[in-house]
Design a protein around this ligand. Structure first.
Ligand SMILES: O=C(O)c1cc(=O)[nH]c(=O)n1[C@@H]1O[C@H](COP(=O)(O)O)[C@@H](O)[C@H]1O
Length: 253
C-alpha cells in the first residue's frame, strides 16, 4: 500500500534506517513545494529523527545565501527555528553572506563548492586569477573556505560525479569534512568518491544517497514494503563504503 502522507513516509524511512546512517539530510525545497502541509511534515520529520535516531546529525539542505543584512535571518531560521545541526549554503555572495551561519561553532556549515550536476561546470570550473596564479573557481572557493574556518565548523559540498575535482579539494583542504552527494540516482561511482573524498585516515567524507534509498526498489522475491527496501539499500551502501575503506587499509579498527 503506497504511503501518501509525507510525514508517515518519512517516519517509516527513519525507523527502518536509524541504526544504519550517521545523518539525515532533508532538502527544504521539497517541503516548501508542498506549502504549509510540507512545512508541518518537515517539523514532524525533525522531531521524529530527534526521538528515533538521537545520535544522527540533521543536515538541512537549503543552500541559502544572501547579502549580509539578510543572511542572519536565514541563519536564525535554519538553526533556531528548524534546529538543524548543519546546513548547506551558497557562498557565491561572498563572506559577509556566510558569516552569520558560522558564528555558532556547534553548528556545521557545508559550502556548496563543486556541484554534482552537469551545469556546475558552467561557473565553478571557470579559471580565475589569484595571487598564486590562475586556478579553477571551485579551488579558489575551497581555499577561501579554509581561511574563513575560524570556528572549525565549515565543510564543503563536492559532487561524487566529479572525482578529480573531489580529489583536488581533498588535497587543498585535508582536514575539512566533505559532503558528497551524487552516488545512487545520479550515477557517481561510489569507490571513486570514497577514495577521493576521504581524509588520510579514511574519515570526514559524508556520502549522501537520497532517492537511491528512499525510493529503493524491493528485491525480487523479498518483502514489497518500501521501508524494508530502503533499509536494504542503506545497509548495502554502508557495507560497500566500509568494504572500500577496508580494502584501502582504512577500515574501522
Ligand atoms: O548540497 C547538496 O546536498 C547537493 C549538492 C550537489 O552538488 N548535488 C546534489 O545532488 N545535492 C543534493 O543532494 C541530494 C542528492 O539526491 P539524490 O540524487 O537523490 O541522491 C539532492 O537533495 C540534491 O539537492
Amino acid at each position: 500500500m503506497p504511503v501518501k502522507d509525507p510525514l508517515d513516509f518519512n517516519r517509516a524511512i527513519i525507523d527502518a534506517t536509524a541504526d544504519l546512517v550517521c545523518a539525515y539530510k532533508p532538502n527544504i525545497a521539497f517541503y516548501e513545494a508542498l506549502g504549509m502541509d510540507g512545512l508541518r511534515a518537515l517539523e514532524g520529520t525533525i522531531d521524529h529523527i530527534r526521538k528515533a535516531a538521537p545520535n544522527t546529525v540533521i543536515l538541512g539542505d537549503a543552500k541559502r545565501g544572501d547579502i549580509g543584512s539578510t543572511a542572519p535571518a536565514y541563519a536564525k531560521a535554519m538553526f533556531q527555528v528548524w534546529g538543524f545541526d548543519a546546513v548547506t549554503v551558497n557562498a557565491w555572495g561572498g563572506y559577509d553572506g556566510l558569516e552569520p551561519f558560522l558564528e555558532d561553532p556547534a553548528r556545521g556549515v557545508f559550502i556548496w563548492c563543486r556541484g554534482s550536476n552537469p551545469g556546475s561546470a558552467d561557473l565553478q570550473d571557470l579559471t580565475v586569477n589569484t595571487l598564486d596564479g590562475p586556478i579553477p573557481l571551485y579551488q579558489h572557493l575551497a581555499r577561501s573556505a579554509d581561511g574563513w574556518n575560524r570556528n572549525g565548523n565549515i565543510g564543503l559540498v563536492m559532487g561524487a560525479t566529479n572525482p578529480d575535482q573531489l580529489a583536488d579539494v581533498r588535497s587543498l583542504c585535508p582536514h575539512m569534512p566533505l559532503l558528497i552527494p551524487g552516488v545512487g540516482a545520479q550515477g557517481g561511482d561510489l569507490a571513486d568518491a570514497v577514495l577521493a573524498g576521504m581524509d588520510r585516515n579514511g574519515r570526514r567524507a559524508l556520502i549522501n544517497s537520497s532517492r537511491g534509498i528512499i525510493y529503493a526498489r524491493p528485491e525480487p522475491g523479498g518483502s514489497q514494503d518500501f521501508a524494508a527496501a530502503a533499509r536494504q539499500a542503506a545497509a548495502r551502501l554502508r557495507d560497500q563504503i566500509n568494504r572500500i575503506l577496508t580494502d584501502a587499509g582504512k577500515g574501522w579498527l
